[in-house]
Design a protein around this ligand. Sequence first.
Ligand code: GLY
Length: 292
Amino acid sequence: MKNLVIIANGGAGGINFPHRRAQGLKKAVSIGYEILKNGGSSLDAVEKAIMILEDTTIFNAGTGSTLGLTGEIEMDASIMTANGDYGAVAAIKNVRYPIQVARLVMEKTDHLLLCGDGALRFARLCGIKYHNPKTREKERMWLRAKKEMKSTYFPKLYKLKELYETVGVVAMDKNGMISVGTSTGGISLHLPGRVGDTPIIGAGTYANKYGGVSATGHGEMIMKTLLAFRTVMYMEKYSAPVAGKMAIEYATRNKCRAGLIGIDRHGRILCVNNTEAMSWCYIKDGNMKSFY
Ligand code: GLY
């Protein structure tokens, strides 16, 4: 039997509200690990753990997602297994669990990525009900951000403001199968229709026989550097911690502000960021470690 491992992160944007972060991340990995311990698949563990994070309103995913420029919430999510199965949704509105729709895309369609109205119609066809993910807290933050209009990330767009609280989970099950999921409301004050790295294969999420990685941070730069794919490919020759170090150094050299979590084929973990802080939590062989 392979190592059982699950790691989750709560975004690379900082570590405000540590108690609420801790609650969400601990619950997510504990329930995910329980699935692995009971012989469940890493795919089920990742989906369930992400659903918990999507319900923990402190993160920028699912309920509590950040608002775009016009005050609407458009969410991105993706899920992938090491045997190459992939599904994603982009700019989807009014669902509770974008990760669930991403998995449905993977399992029920011949496509990899559905976006906008098409993604929503598909979700409704699959029985996913209406849900408004907007919270008062994030609405207040949006109003403040609109007043400040400060950011180094969209210099062309009136100096808008960023918020990185994308969530990610990577897990390895008893068969050694690695799965990865990532979910986000995108960057605060983004233009309607903006899609970040999260649903783009190889950018925000990637897995193959060498390992699996989920990325958080500045989506436009993560796409340009194909950061998740790059990190997994480093794992062909290097252990997860070394691959993580190489990838985050590459990101820094390329002005990409990001955080990465991952697992290699031997169950070793990577957890790196070049931002102010990144909250994370993992359980490996029954032992939990965390940072909030
Ligand atoms: N990394 C999340 C985003 O930029 O949308």
